[in-house]
Design a protein around this ligand. Structure first.
Ligand code: SF4
Ligand code: ZN
Length: 303
């Protein structure tokens, strides 16, 4: 490693940045991460003064870093945002109960309001009960559909204009690969965008879209942020796991691969006309049919 930080030339470097290979000190590393996210927010005009923002908080590293950064930048650059934590309780013992404790500790640390919406309350079914009924196949389909709608409902309860999520560069690159491999041109054209779901009522924003997962882990670790790092006990997700392994192998040969894949996705000119948007006749949620996916899945469970 270099004798002094390649940015400030003052102190000894503490980290070799996975994204750039630069050897830099901790304060310069923090500064890089914070300024990069600030730049992403400013250059894409992501937020407007006075808005209420629901931060999707899972207790994991990504959303914890997201809370920390938005809280910090909102003060430092006077964004004038009302930040509100929004957590979803899927009802998974040994996973979500513990990670929600981390969310609650962060609520106190950053003095932010917190709303928790649960599957049990919204649907009458926790994930533990769902897995008890259907077993370990398709459980993530139920969970994903229910989570999307739970976040929508929670954000509406809060009076938020938008939901921000902690998706990082690696997540997005993986999603590009998965959509490409599946030939899902609609999602392939959409998945690299910093704002998604604008056709619905509650758009999702991803301010960490250019941050590498490794740098998020380092940032959280150096700053001793309080997060929970266990995988969901029902997680199979074999397809994403394969894309993840493949990406990690590519990254070993070329660290830029993560950003290159995102850029490739951004430059693709594919058909992204969304399916027609309707309102679910039963629950009023966003749907492309008479009944939304959540209501269809609930019917199956209640059969
Ligand atoms: Fe839900 Fe599947 Fe994620 Fe577990 S791994 S939280 S079941 S989507
Ligand atoms: Zn430095």
């Amino acid at each position: 490693m270099q004798r002094s930080c390649e940015i400030c030339h003052q102190t000894k470097p503490a980290v070799k940045r996975p994204k750039t290979g630069q050897a830099i000190c901790k304060p310069c590393f923090y500064n890089c991460i914070e300024e990069e996210v600030h730049y992403t927010i400013q250059s894409t005009n992501l937020f407007h003064r006075g808005e209420t923002i629901a931060i999707g908080a899972s207790g994991g590293k990504d959303s914890t870093v997201l809370i920390h950064l938005l809280h910090l930048l909102n003060q430092k650059y006077d964004y004038g945002l009302n930040l509100h934590l929004l957590a979803v309780d899927e009802g998974i013992k040994g996973y979500r109960d513990d990670s929600l404790e981390a969310v609650k500790r962060n609520q106190i640390k950053y003095s932010l309001p917190l709303t928790i919406v649960s599957y049990e309350e919204l649907y009458g079914w926790s994930m533990d009960k769902i897995v008890g009924k259907i077993g370990l196949t398709n459980n993530c389909t139920y969970c994903g559909v229910f989570r999307r709608q739970a976040l929508d409902k929670g954000a509406k309860m809060i009076g938020a204009e938008k939901i921000v999520t902690g998706h990082n560069a690696d997540d997005i690159a993986e999603t590009v690969l998965m959509n490409f491999l599946r030939g899902d041109h609609f999602r392939l054209g959409k998945c690299t965008e910093i704002i998604t779901g604008e056709e619905g009522n509650m758009p999702r924003y991803k301010p960490l879209k250019y941050l590498y997962e490794k740098e998020i882990v380092l940032y959280a670790h150096f700053l001793k942020l309080d997060y929970f790092s266990t995988e969901c006990v029902y997680s199979p997700n074999a397809y994403r796991g394969f894309a993840r392994e493949f990406l990690k192998e590519l990254e070993k040969v070329c660290p830029r691969a993560v950003l290159d894949i995102i850029h490739s996705g951004e430059m693709l000119d594919v058909n992204t006309n969304p399916p027609d948007k309707l309102t679910c006749q039963r629950c009023g949620g966003v749907s492309s049919n008479k009944l939304c996916k959540a209501c269809l899945l609930l019917d199956k469970l209640n059969e």
